[in-house]
Structures are given as C-alpha cells and as structure tokens.
Design a protein around this ligand. Structure first.
Ligand SMILES: [Zn+2]
Length: 83
C-alpha cells in the first residue's frame, strides 16, 4: 500500500532529493501513520539511525501527505519506500 503525497524536495549537501508522488508503506508503517504516531514511525524506521535528510523526508511526508493509504494495485509510477 502507499500514500499519495504532493511532491516535495529535501535539501542535502549534494543537492535536492525529490520525494516523488507516493510513499510505500508496510502494514506496520500504515498502522503508525494512521494512528498519527510519528515518533513511533521514526523509531520503527530507524531507532537511532535516521540522518538529517531522512528526518526531513519523514517530516515532508507528514506535511505533504494526501489522504489515507491506498492499495498498490491501483497505482503506477515512481515510488519511495518509507521503510
Ligand atoms: Zn514500513
């Protein structure tokens, strides 16, 4: 399943990384997102290991997400993996 997002960019030392227009989510990520448990999601993705760019990407996802999770079968196109 995945979440649609309005594409956004995350700056990092080498340039800007574009988010694409959807983020993949496994069932656990979906639970956490749907519960609004952003701290839990961050911990699930990388307990101590999220670098600045990854945090910015997660924050961007939170800010730019459009609606709930949808099944992948209905979609096509570039994808980003939450975890
Ligand atoms: Zn996941």
């Amino acid at each position: 399943m995945s979440y649609a997002v309005d594409e956004f960019g995350v700056d990092y030392p080498g340039g800007t990384f574009l988010s694409g227009d959807r983020f993949l989510a496994c069932p656990r990520c979906r639970e956490l997102v749907d519960a609004g448990d952003w701290k839990g999601l961050r911990d699930w993705i990388g307990p101590n290991g999220l670098d600045t760019s990854s945090r910015a990407m997660l924050f961007g996802f939170k800010a730019h997400r459009r609606g709930g999770a949808v099944e992948l079968a209905a979609q096509a196109g570039p994808e980003e993996q939450l975890s």
